[in-house]
Design a protein around this ligand. Sequence first.
Ligand SMILES: NC(=O)c1ccc[n+]([C@@H]2O[C@H](COP(=O)([O-])OP(=O)(O)OC[C@H]3O[C@@H](n4cnc5c(N)ncnc54)[C@H](OP(=O)(O)O)[C@@H]3O)[C@@H](O)[C@H]2O)c1
Length: 216
Amino acid sequence: MQQKTALIVGASGLTGQHLLELLLDDPLYAQITIYVRKPVHISHPKLVQQIVDFERLDGAIDATDVFCCLGTTIKKAGSQDAFKQVDLIYPQKIAALQLAAGSQKFLVISAVGADERSSIFYSRTKGQLEKALALLRYPCLCIFRPSFIMGDRAERRVGEKIGIFVAKLMSPILIGPLKKYKPVSAKALAKSMQHAAHHSGNGTHLFASDDIKTYE
Ligand SMILES: NC(=O)c1ccc[n+]([C@@H]2O[C@H](COP(=O)([O-])OP(=O)(O)OC[C@H]3O[C@@H](n4cnc5c(N)ncnc54)[C@H](OP(=O)(O)O)[C@@H]3O)[C@@H](O)[C@H]2O)c1
């Protein structure tokens, strides 16, 4: 069995933490490197933590599969420009550096409604990221477009909580083309990223909330 190596960016976040746990337990991965701003309190023989300054990234590591769970909110980032750095510029830069270093798969969390022509800044930024990544021409690009992501979050996000509450209430009527608006758990999203890393062949693959929900 040929083992793989992984890089996770955003491993300290809600989805990234689940993904890190899954990959550390996954015998198909020999090594998991994470790029973090501050150390995570996990020690594991397969885990390599790299404390990085995301503004000054210029190198790459040996990773067959790259998982991007980075993201922020405009409120937390402080401005639209600062949000764009985290949700567009850093992922794009890491993807380019890793591709040049030989990474084969790039798996990224975008969002439902991602569209570079959207009038909504958040959806437009996610659409711009998807387009920039497609232009890089990775052998395999997996784009996940969840609706709201549910899980235990230490941080208080009132708007997101209201959105999850409403989406859960409406869940029984979210059928047909509306299925993509169903909220998903961070764990299911992480599982679906792990599964895609093992089973997706060459090309670009899109995963909507209803694809992700099959892992719940
Ligand atoms: N939450 C939702 O309902 C929802 C819905 C659809 C799509 N999404 C997208 O899904 C992705 C993952 O969401 P999530 O809720 O799992 O993430 P999250 O819990 O907000 O975690 C975000 C990750 O990004 C890192 N990060 C944030 N700001 C950073 C900065 N300035 N520099 C470097 N790293 C930074 C965080 O690191 P630190 O620990 O160092 O802060 C953390 O590892 C995001 O792209 C998000 O836009 C989310």
